[in-house]
Write a protein that binds this ligand. Structure first.
Ligand code: SAM
Ligand code: SF4
Length: 353
C-alpha cells in the first residue's frame, strides 16, 4: 500500500489499519507529523497528571485497579493534590489532569469540587491560572455541572470501543454503552471540552472496529482524543480469557498508526500521546508526537502512590521528566492551556467558555 492510495473513508481506514507494510506506516507517520505542524504547530502541550486514587466502584474487565482486584488502595489527601498542582504550576505545565477510579459517593464529589476551586486559586504568576481536566468516569449530569461550575473545563471519558458488542465483551453487565454515550453528550452540552478515546489492539477487536473508533471521534466532533495501546494486566478477566491480541510490537505500531490516521482525519484537534505507548517503548510518547500527537501528560503523582495505580504491567515509571522532549528538539508550549484549534473555532461559533 502507498500513501497515495490512502482514502479516509471506512474502507480506506480499514485497509490502512490492517496492513503491516512498514514503509507505508513510516510514510503515514511522516505525513501526519507534517499535517500537525502545518495545522496546530510543532509545540507539545503538557498536562500534569495527578492520579488521585485507585479506589474504584467499577469492574472493567481489562483494568488492573478494578473493584475485584486485591491490591493496596490509596487516596491522595487535599494537601497532597494541591502540592502536586503547585509543582505543575512551578514547572509551567499550564494545566493538570485529575484522574482516578470512579466513585460517586458524596464525600468524593465534594472533595473534587473543593480541589478544583483550590487549584483555580493557585497563583501561577501568569495568566491564565492552571487549566483543569477531570477524568473520573461516569457521573450524573448534576455532578458534571457542579465540577464545571467549580472551574473544570475539560473532561476525558473514553468510549473504550465504539462497537457496542465489543464494549459489552470488555465490561461486566452493570456497564452500558448507551449510558457511556449519554455521559459524553452530557459533558459536551454542559460546555466541557469533552475528550474521548479507545484502547487499541484488544482481544476481539478488528481493523473495522478501530476504523469505526476513528469515525466515531469525527462524528462526536471531539476537540481532543487520548487513545492508546491495550496493555494486558495478568490478573484481569480479559487476560484470563486467553483470547489472542496483537504482539507488543504490533500494538505499538498500531498505536502510532491510529494517531497518524486521526491527525489526517481531524487535523486541528488535540491528540494525546498516551502513557500506554511509553510502556511499550521508552521513547513511545516522543514517537507519538512525531506521528501527529501534540499533547503529553507527564505523571506528577507522588511515586509511592504512582506504583499503586497499576492499570497494567508498567515496567517503567512514567515520571514528570520532560528532558526527553527537550533532547528530541520538540518545542514545549509552557504555561499555556493549549486548547485545540478545533475547540477555539467551536467556542467562537457557540459562545462557550
Ligand atoms: N476511571 C476513569 C475511567 O475509566 O474513565 C479514569 C481512570 S481509567 C484507569 C483511565 C483509562 O485507563 C481508561 O479509560 C482505560 O482506557 C485505560 N485502561 C485501563 N486498563 C487498561 C489496560 N489494561 N490497557 C490500556 N489502557 C487501560
Ligand atoms: Fe475503574 Fe476506570 Fe479502571 Fe474501569 S477503567 S475499573 S472505571 S479505573
Amino acid at each position: 500500500m502507498t500513501l497515495s492510495e490512502l482514502t479516509l473513508d471506512r474502507e480506506g481506514l480499514v485497509a490502512a489499519i490492517a496492513t503491516e507494510d512498514a514503509a507505508f506506516e513510516a510514510a503515514l507517520r511522516e505525513e501526519a507529523y507534517h499535517v500537525k505542524v502545518a495545522t496546530v504547530g510543532p509545540e507539545v502541550y503538557l498536562r500534569g497528571l495527578v492520579e488521585i486514587s485507585n479506589i474504584c466502584v467499577k469492574n472493567c474487565l481489562y483494568c488492573g485497579i478494578r473493584r475485584d482486584i486485591r491490591c493496596p488502595r490509596y487516596e491522595l489527601s487535599d494537601d497532597e493534590v494541591l502540592a502536586t498542582a503547585r509543582t505543575a504550576a512551578h514547572r509551567r505545565f499550564g494545566s493538570v489532569v485529575i484522574q482516578g477510579g470512579e466513585r460517586t459517593d458524596a464525600a468524593f464529589i465534594r472533595k473534587i469540587t473543593r480541589l478544583v476551586k483550590a487549584i483555580k486559586s493557585i497563583d501561577t504568576g501568569e495568566d491564565p491560572p492552571l487549566g483543569i481536566t477531570l477524568s473520573l468516569g461516569e457521573q450524573s449530569r448534576e455532578v458534571y455541572e457542579e465540577w464545571f461550575d467549580a472551574g473544570a473545563h475539560r473532561y476525558l471519558l473514553r468510549i473504550e470501543s465504539s462497537n457496542p458488542d465489543l464494549y459489552r465483551k470488555i465490561h461486566p453487565d452493570d456497564h452500558s454503552y448507551d449510558r457511556r454515550l449519554q455521559a459524553l453528550y452530557d459533558l459536551k452540552e454542559i460546555g466541557y471540552q469533552a475528550g474521548t478515546g479507545a484502547m487499541i489492539g484488544m482481544p476481539f477487536q478488528t481493523a473495522e472496529d478501530m476504523a469505526d473508533d476513528l469515525l466515531f471521534y469525527k462524528k462526536f466532533d471531539a476537540p481532543m482524543v487520548g487513545m492508546g495501546p491495550y496493555n494486558p494486566h495478568p490478573e484481569t478477566p480479559l487476560t484470563s480469557t486467553g483470547a489472542p491480541y496483537p504482539s507488543a510490537e504490533r500494538r505499538f505500531a498500531l498505536g502510532l498508526k491510529m494517531i497518524a490516521l486521526l491527525r489526517l482525519l481531524m487535523p486541528d484537534i488535540n491528540i494525546a500521546a498516551a502513557t500506554a505507548l511509553e510502556v511499550l517503548d521508552p521513547l513511545g510518547r516522543e514517537k507519538g508526537l512525531l506521528s501527529g500527537a501534540n499533547v503529553i501528560m507527564p505523571n506528577i503523582t507522588p511515586e509511592e502512590q504512582m506504583v499503586k495505580y497499576n492499570l497494567y504491567d508498567r515496567k517503567t515509571l512514567n515520571t514528570s521528566d520532560v528532558q526527553d522532549l527537550i533532547d528530541q528538539g520538540i518545542p514545549i508550549g509552557y504555561g499555556r492551556w493549549g486548547d485545540s484549534r478545533h475547540y477555539q473555532i467551536y467556542v467562537r461559533r457557540s459562545g462557550g467558555r
